[in-house]
Design a protein around this ligand. Structure first.
Ligand SMILES: *Cc1c(COP(=O)(O)O)cnc(C)c1O
Length: 370
């Protein structure tokens, strides 16, 4: 019998030579990464033009969001550095991921979340994995400020995306896209909250193509890479939480997309660099546009994401209808950052409620439409 098992051991083993790990680093992994890059034919006809649209479904990570890519790095390095405890401020997914990887590593984990602004699925994960969950009266920006103050004074490791290992891990999503496509995309659409992820993708694209990193062993042979040009980074913030677009911090950010409800992004400058170096944009989408894309993804492509994740697709739809007509054959990737089951309340609010019917075959068949 041939051995058809494909050995996959998570992003650190797969991309070890691009990451700051050594033989001595204990690898704490839940086999994150290796997520689907799905061709989205049905959405292509909504967007128009003759584009080739791909969706990077990060909801397929172990805890249901891209945060796992960064967390495997952050927690592995924390263990290597003999840390005993980690802490983060979180709109939910960082908390869920930190809690899970800490459980695996045997580390203490504390998370500070904005009270009332976190989706139920994420909260239940953090609680189940045994993190100390503190619901702060305040928003995410308040939580991050407090966490930074704590990590300055006490021996506890910060695992927010200000921890550089988080960005290192997250950049592997760009590697996977290049590996899958055999080239870089022309455009990359992505939701922007604290702006760590757009920073990570841009770093990943540059390094994997050998543009900026001397350690990059990727030879970029012409036969393999048909388009060595880098993608335009297209970031989208929620209209009510768009500090980068507005050019100033937002005191009371408002959006139903809680994962990007952030008024003062930690990686603000880096996000602007990604935008400017790539010739891309950072713009806004309204909650209405986000919810429309959220429903289209579920109904046309069979992909259930949380609302914040749909900001990339909402951005693409807006951009292609209002700003730029794609000429055809462009390769476009949208990152879908997290799974729809994270925020079941929003899903139930957005769909038609099931009808309650008696055990009456006629009525049931009528309801089904048979
Ligand atoms: C964290 C997160 C974002 C925002 O990513 P940043 O790196 O903070 O810009 C978007 N969507 C989901 C689902 C997230 O968990």
């Amino acid at each position: 019998m041939p051995d058809n098992r494909i050995i996959y051991e998570g992003i650190i083993e797969r991309y070890r030579k691009f990451l700051p790990v050594s033989e001595k680093t204990p690898i704490i992994t839940l086999y994150e990464g290796n997520t689907p890059l799905l061709r989205a034919k049905n959405l292509e006809s909504v967007v128009g033009g003759n584009i080739n649209l791909y969706l990077k479904f990060e909801g397929a990570n172990p805890t249901g969001s891209f945060k796992d890519r960064g967390m495997t790095m952050a927690i592995s390095k924390a263990v290597e550095e003999k840390s005993r405890a980690v802490i983060c401020a979180s709109t939910g997914n960082t908390a869920a991921s930190a809690a899970a990887y800490s459980a695996k590593a045997g580390l203490k984990c504390a998370v500070i979340i904005p009270d009332g602004s976190i989706a139920l699925g994420k909260l239940s994960q953090a609680m189940m994995h045994g993190a100390k969950v503190i619901a702060l009266k305040g928003n995410f920006d308040d939580a991050l400020r407090i966490v930074l103050e704590i990590t300055e004074k006490y021996p506890i490791t910060l695992v927010n995306s200000l921890n550089p290992y988080r960005i290192e891990g997250q950049k592997t999503a760009a590697f996977e896209i290049i590996d899958f496509l055999g080239r870089v995309p022309d455009y990359h659409f992505i939701p922007v909250g604290n702006a760590g992820n757009i920073t990570a993708y841009w770093k990943g694209y540059k390094e994997y193509c050998g543009f900026s990193n001397a350690n990059c062993e990727f030879k970029n042979p012409k036969s393999e890479i048909r388009n060595p040009k880098l993608p335009k980074m297209m970031g989208f913030q929620a209209a009510g939480a768009a500090p980068i677009v507005k050019g100033k911090p937002i005191k009371n950010p408002k959006t139903i997309a809680t994962a990007i409800k952030i008024g003062n992004p930690a990686s603000w400058k880096k996000a602007e660099e990604a935008r400017d170096e790539s010739g891309g944009i950072i713009s806004t989408v309204t909650d209405t546009e986000i919810l429309k894309a959220y429903k289209l993804l579920a109904s046309l492509e069979g992909i259930f994401v949380e609302p914040a994740s749909a900001a990339s697709v909402a951005g693409l739809i807006k951009y292609s209808s209002k700003v730029h007509k794609f000429s055809g054959s462009e390769v476009i990737v949208c990152t879908l950052t997290g799974h729809g089951l994270k925020d079941p309340d929003r899903a139930i609010k957005s769909a038609v409620k099931p009808k309650i019917i008696k055990q009456d075959m006629k009525k049931i068949l009528k309801e089904i439409g048979l």
